[in-house]
Design a protein around this ligand. Structure first.
Ligand code: MSP
Length: 511
């Protein structure tokens, strides 16, 4: 089991165009998936679209087309975005697929047969935007007297027959589960929020709707459709072949190592989902990580403010790897963050173009010019050489540790410590002076630098796949030598390098 890694994104509602939030959650998963693959893991990386529910039905109606046609169109935008962002998901699930309907009905049957679901009737508040039920006590009154959920969504009163899941009976077992698995919910502060929510008492949860039709029919009672969150959460096991649990991908990948989610949907993943699974006799996932939200130039992002960030525009303006880097470097992962043009340009020009890009560019140009475009043969290493190489070698362990806890910003900071050390080493060793004074020493210095860049480029692959690949190409590193296991190899003196070429352009204000 230990070398398997199953990571999932939330499946995205198809009522809207993809925005920065969608791109961000999936990016974090992509970087983890790529890192784990490089580290020799058997990875499954899942993303997809959440296509049922009242919100989607309403959006389809507003667009004047059938829900299926509507979801086909919008789901495609999400797949296109995933390709555009260079994500490496192994599967893209849509909840309207037959495999999912089967899984959804199967988990329902397990819950029903175990008497975890019973028929009653629901009278209470519902927010279509969140597809969530709220208690009176959670609501506030808006200026027009309308009631508002904590998320800001308007709620409406609904009364209808409904099946309920006996969530109230799971309180103690959930608390025990959190206790036994201290890393189940990350970051810590989020864990505390969830624990106090559960300690505050759980009510049975309405898990079916009769007021509309766009969903998976409840087995043996098709007046009801399965509540969209029970439907949606089940995607994580559909994609590993549930209801088959002995064979296929289920045995191989379940329980998932990580469900990555935004902070707004943590409760569904950290409370309802493990309860559903345990009640169905299935294992809960190993971790749910809730990341923070982005604002735009200090303002909350909202359609009504017209400041939604389109990831495609962002990438067209700044570059794909630049955006990937920025999103994971700017903010301690888990916290909220602010997108600003200035912050983006500072990172892009300062850390990418100046620090990393310049390092590679000047070293590779010197080798091209002074060493006939071949990896120079080093002489004996000095303490300074050993020191830089040792710092580079130490990155492997440091990164593994940081990635294990989804601390992307710290992983990048660790890499940049070595980038800066390498730049300081270039300045101190001044290989351009050695060219005349001591050519063998120049060869050694350039060798040490080239090998440091090789190691850096291997480790930046998950974050910036295109730029890192170009650097590795220029260093003449074949595909089979780009894994983490190859970090400890050294460049072969005499091997031919490609003509150097900058990989991190600067952002010019008049671009
Ligand atoms: N369909 C549900 C998830 C079901 S998973 C079983 C859903 N879909 S969503 O389309 O609304 O998801 C949006 C994702 O984007 C969430 O993870 C959410 O936290 C994230 N973001 C939405 N706006 C965001 C920002 N402004 N910033 C960062 N992420 C944000 O919820």
């Amino acid at each position: 089991m230990s070398n398997r890694y199953y990571v999932t994104t939330p499946i995205y509602y198809v009522n809207d165009a993809p925005h920065i939030g969608h791109a961000y959650t999936t990016l974090a998963c992509d970087v983890l998936a790529r890192f784990k693959r490089l580290d020799g893991y058997d990875v499954k990386f899942l993303t997809g679209t959440d296509e049922h529910g009242q919100k989607v039905e309403k959006s389809a109606l507003a667009a004047g087309i059938e829900p299926q046609q509507f979801t086909d169109n919008v789901s495609k935008n999400f797949r296109d975005l995933a390709d555009f962002m260079n994500y490496t998901h192994d599967d893209f699930i849509r909840t309207t697929e037959p495999r999912h309907k089967a899984a959804c009905q199967a988990i329902w049957k397990r819950l029903f047969d175990a008497s975890e679901i019973y028929l009653g009737s629901y009278a209470g508040w519902y927010a279509v935007r969140d597809e969530a039920f709220y208690n009176e006590g959670e609501l506030t009154k808006g200026p027009d007297g309308k009631r508002i959920a904590p998320s800001g969504a308007e709620v409406e009163w609904i009364e209808e027959p409904s099946y309920f899941f006996r969530l109230s009976a799971w309180e103690d077992r959930l608390l025990k589960f959190y206790d036994d698995n201290p890393d189940f919910i990350m970051p810590r502060t989020r864990r505390n929020e969830v624990v106090s929510f559960v300690k505050g008492g759980l009510q049975d949860l309405s898990v079916s709707r009769t007021a509309f039709k766009w969903g998976v029919p409840v087995p043996d009672d098709d007046a009801h459709i399965v509540y969209v969150w029970l439907d949606a959460l089940t995607n994580y096991i559909t994609a590993v072949g549930f209801p088959e649990t002995e064979v296929d991908d289920y045995a191989r990948y379940w329980p998932a190592n990580l469900h990555m989610v935004g902070k707004d949907i943590l409760r569904f993943h950290a409370v309802y989902w493990p309860a559903f699974l345990m009640a169905a006799g299935l294992e809960p996932p190993k971790r749910v990580f809730a990341h923070g939200w982005w604002t735009n130039e200090g303002q909350k992002i909202s359609k009504s403010l017209g400041n939604v960030i389109d990831p495609i525009e962002l990438v067209n303006k700044y570059g794909l790897d630049q955006v990937r880097y920025f999103l994971l470097r700017e903010v301690p992962f888990g916290n909220d963050g602010d997108f600003s043009h200035q912050a983006m340009v500072n990172r892009m020009n300062g850390e990418l173009a100046n620090d990393y890009g310049n390092l590679a560019q000047r070293v590779l140009a010197m080798i091209a010019k002074n060493c006939e475009g071949q990896v120079p043969a080093p002489g004996p290493f000095t303490a300074d050489d050993d020191n830089l190489l040792a710092q580079a070698s130490a990155l492997e362990g440091a990164l593994r540790e940081r990635m294990e806890v989804q601390a992307f910003h710290e992983a990048l900071e660790a890499i940049w410590t070595v980038v800066r050390a390498a730049n300081a080493y270039v300045d101190a060793q001044a290989p351009w002076k050695l060219r005349k004074e001591d050519p063998p020493r120049m060869a050694t210095v350039l060798y040490v630098l080239a090998d440091t860049i090789r190691q850096l480029a291997i480790l930046t692959q998950p974050f910036m796949p295109d730029a890192s690949a170009k650097l590795l190409d220029q260093l003449g590193i074949g595909d089979e030598q780009r894994a983490i296991a190859s970090l400890s190899l050294r460049l072969t003196p005499g091997s031919v390098l490609q003509a150097p070429e900058g990989v991190f352009p600067r952002f010019q204000e008049d671009d």
